[in-house]
Design a protein around this ligand. Structure first.
Ligand SMILES: [Zn+2]
Length: 251
């Protein structure tokens, strides 16, 4: 019997990697899950989400990865060396270069799973002059239920350690402003991260964000989108029936 967290992470990875969904192709994207007090599982570099197997996941120590965030600058070789040294099993594959932001997000209260992909429609907007609007505004109620009142917006940043540091800075600012953890982080000219307490909530936020992007692109062709007002977003987020739907969806 596989560890249930490992099984859930494989299920999440296969769902995110499904070819028909257009979220990730070839080696794109990565996933992770909190395992123990000091350990987490993260996708190995160069593996494919849709066909991910048990030995494509690497168990790493948070206490070895999180201190990297405090470094001003490290060479790619130094980061590779530190990530290899963070593995619990020295025979395991090499962790993804994005293992640093996964470690930090999994250290947030209540966050047990993290998914990262490069969805076609989300990226159409993130590669356009309107990227920030997709993060900061909301268009319809289910987008608020699955993706939160807003998404964290990360301006164009090099992948790796720098990206992890900017994600930490912008996510802290989001928590301070909204008094809740984000469900969605959008990275300009790159892709999306979704996070949550269950693998179902990570998948739901991902699929709903891609749907919202499709709605955005379609509405833009018709002169929109017309966004919901801040008051409407706050009212929907606070409704008891929306909270009930979130629980029913394992959000
Ligand atoms: Zn990426």
């Amino acid at each position: 019997m596989k560890n249930p967290i490992l099984q859930d992470l494989l299920t999440l990875s296969h769902e995110l990697g499904r070819e028909d969904r257009g979220l990730a192709m070839l080696g794109e994207g990565n996933t992770s899950a909190r395992l123990g007090d000091d350990t987490y599982l993260v996708k190995a570099s160069g593996t494919c989400l849709g066909t991910l197997k048990e030995d494509d996941l690497v168990e790493c120590r948070l206490s070895a990865v999180l201190p990297l965030l405090e470094k001003d600058s490290l060479t790619d070789q130094q980061i590779d060396g530190a990530l290899l040294a963070a593995r619990v099993d020295p025979k395991a594959k090499k962790p993804s270069v994005e293992a640093v932001f996964h470690a930090w997000l999994l250290s947030l209260p209540g966050i047990k799973f993290v998914g990262h992909t490069h969805p076609t429609t989300v990226n159409q907007i993130l590669c356009s002059p309107r990227a920030q609007e997709l993060a900061e505004r909301r268009m319809f109620p289910d987008e608020i239920v699955c993706c939160g009142v807003a998404s964290v917006f990360i301006p164009l940043t090099d992948p790796g350690l720098k990206l992890a540091q900017v994600i930490r800075r912008e996510t802290k600012a989001y928590v301070k402003k909204h008094q809740q953890q984000p469900r969605v982080i959008l990275i300009q000219n790159h892709g999306i991260i979704t996070l949550g307490g269950t693998w179902q909530s990570v998948l739901a936020a991902m699929l709903m964000a891609e749907k919202a992007a499709k709605v955005f692109v379609g509405a833009a062709q018709l002169g929109g989108p017309i966004f919901l007002s801040e008051e409407t977003v706050a009212r929907i987020a606070g409704r008891p029936d929306e909270a009930y739907r979130q629980r029913a969806l394992k959000m």
